[in-house]
Design a protein around this ligand. Structure first.
Ligand SMILES: [Zn+2]
Length: 218
């Protein structure tokens, strides 16, 4: 696939995924980095940090590049992973389940890490997907400011569309550092969200088989 084709494909897929609250501000990535750098320097200055100190001087640039190129790279559809699905010639008709998928996202209310694990399963119809692509899809939607509920739904929307099957299960168990490092400062609590569709919702044996495989302990 040419880069133009894969960009079109990414946009088509993302059109079938519920949106994050974003808008197109027409800034290039370089412009974003320059602006964030100067605003972050301002925050540090307001906090009374000495930006001439050699330990701090590069922090605004580092933060800006980290936001745009790494932790929030999932805001840019060009970073959506290249997804290839193959025909289900083997006629596999049971659950495919991937456990312990790393979830490293950012809480959009406090810009603090959300750190946990996802379990993903589907029952194929005509299409199957390379297993590592499931990890890449999770990673893409994690790289946005998020709430765990939306993250869970976006992953499920994406899988349902790509795999052309209603039978999709997504389960996330995560720690929120805004709960750990501030506010209530509870270091032990975790949050579980799930989106069960098709047989995962309607058939109790499928639901139980899936939920038994979901990680709820750290
Ligand atoms: Zn938060």
């Amino acid at each position: 696939m040419s880069s133009n084709e894969s960009e079109k494909k990414a946009l088509e897929i993302l059109n079938h995924v519920r949106t994050s609250p974003t808008f197109d501000n027409k800034l290039s990535n370089d412009q974003k980095i320059e602006k964030i750098k100067s605003h972050f320097a301002e925050i540090m200055t307001v906090l009374g940090l000495d930006l001439t100190d050699d330990s701090l001087s590069e922090t605004p640039k580092r933060m800006a590049k980290m936001y745009v190129n790494e932790v929030f790279s999932g805001l840019d559809h060009k970073n959506f992973p290249k997804i290839t699905v193959i025909e289900n010639k083997m006629q596999y008709d049971q659950m495919v389940c991937v456990q312990n998928i790393e979830v490293m996202s950012t809480c959009e209310h406090h810009f603090q890490p959300i750190d946990g694990f996802a379990t993903i399963a589907y029952i194929p119809n005509q299409k199957v997907i390379g297993l590592s692509k499931l990890n890449r899809i999770v990673d893409y939607f994690c790289r946005r400011p998020q709430v765990q509920e939306r993250l869970t739904k976006q992953i499920a929307d994406c899988l349902e569309y790509i795999l052309e099957t209603k039978h999709v299960g997504v389960h996330i168990n995560a720690k929120h550092y805004c709960v750990i490092s501030r506010g209530i400062q509870d270091t032990h609590s975790t949050t579980t969200t799930s989106d069960l569709r098709g047989d995962f919702k309607a058939k109790s044996e499928t639901r139980i088989e899936f939920l038994k495989q979901c990680r709820t302990q750290f």
